[in-house]
Ligand binder design. Structure first.
Ligand code: GTP
Length: 196
């Protein structure tokens, strides 16, 4: 059994983008493919949590939310329920330039009974993050009670922050979310800055 499995969240409404954002063309390939190419170098199981059939084209397993329409917290619940590993590395499809180096550094911080999350300028990011599978019941109760605020959930749970301010200074593009057509336009100029 692997200790860690990777799940990429690609559900949600994509209301700002106006179409399923993981599948939009970004620099010549579907946005999620940038991330899939990076994480496939890690020799860890990778799955996509999504509803759109288009995600099947990449050759990775695609699973659907067990409890739909609960946002990223629902996606995490699905990942933890599905995982055969003790930890889940949760990524979002809208952070295509996240570097392999940052992911590997984060994985090194993995700790029993702790969430490990990236911290940028005193803000915590739910993705990339490492979540112990033993959080499953807690998250189930969050879903049942519609307590879906992800950051709040992290702050109320044992967690370790992994500060990435220095990486951000050198490569701000690796943490940028592509949520809207405007973000996508901006990202066109970052294409040649990828570091992995
Ligand atoms: N599996 C799953 N992923 C989700 C869900 N909601 C959001 N996500 C993913 O979580 C990440 C962050 O999502 P957001 O950008 O906050 O929400 P969104 O619904 O995708 O987009 P907006 O409608 O523009 O806010 C993205 O990778 C989404 O694909 C969900 O209900 N299920």
């Amino acid at each position: 059994m692997d200790d860690l499995s990777i799940y990429i969240l690609a559900g949600g409404k994509s209301s700002r983008m106006g179409q399923d954002k993981g599948l939009i063309d970004l620099l010549g390939k579907p946005m999620i493919k940038h991330l899939l190419e990076s994480v496939s170098k890690l020799d860890l199981p990778v799955k996509i949590v999504a509803h759109h059939k288009g995600y099947k084209q990449f050759g990775f397993p695609v699973i659907k939310d067990i409890v739909p329409e609960k946002g990223p917290m629902g996606g995490l619940y699905t990942a933890l329920s599905d995982s055969l590993s003790r930890f889940v590395l949760l990524l979002s499809c809208d952070m295509p330039f996240l570097s392999l180096e940052v992911i590997q550094d984060l994985i090194k911080q993995k700790k029993e009974n702790q969430i490990v999350i990236a911290e940028l300028h005193n803000n915590i990011l739910p993705f990339p993050g490492i979540y112990p599978v033993n959080l499953l019941q807690v998250i189930h109760s969050h879903l049942q009670n519609d307590r879906l605020k992800f950051q709040q959930f992290i702050l109320n749970t044992a967690h370790l922050k992994f500060n990435l301010d220095e990486e951000y200074q050198n490569h701000p593009e690796i943490f940028q979310n592509i949520n809207s057509p405007q973000d996508r336009e901006k990202a066109m100029t970052w294409g040649n800055k990828r570091i992995n």
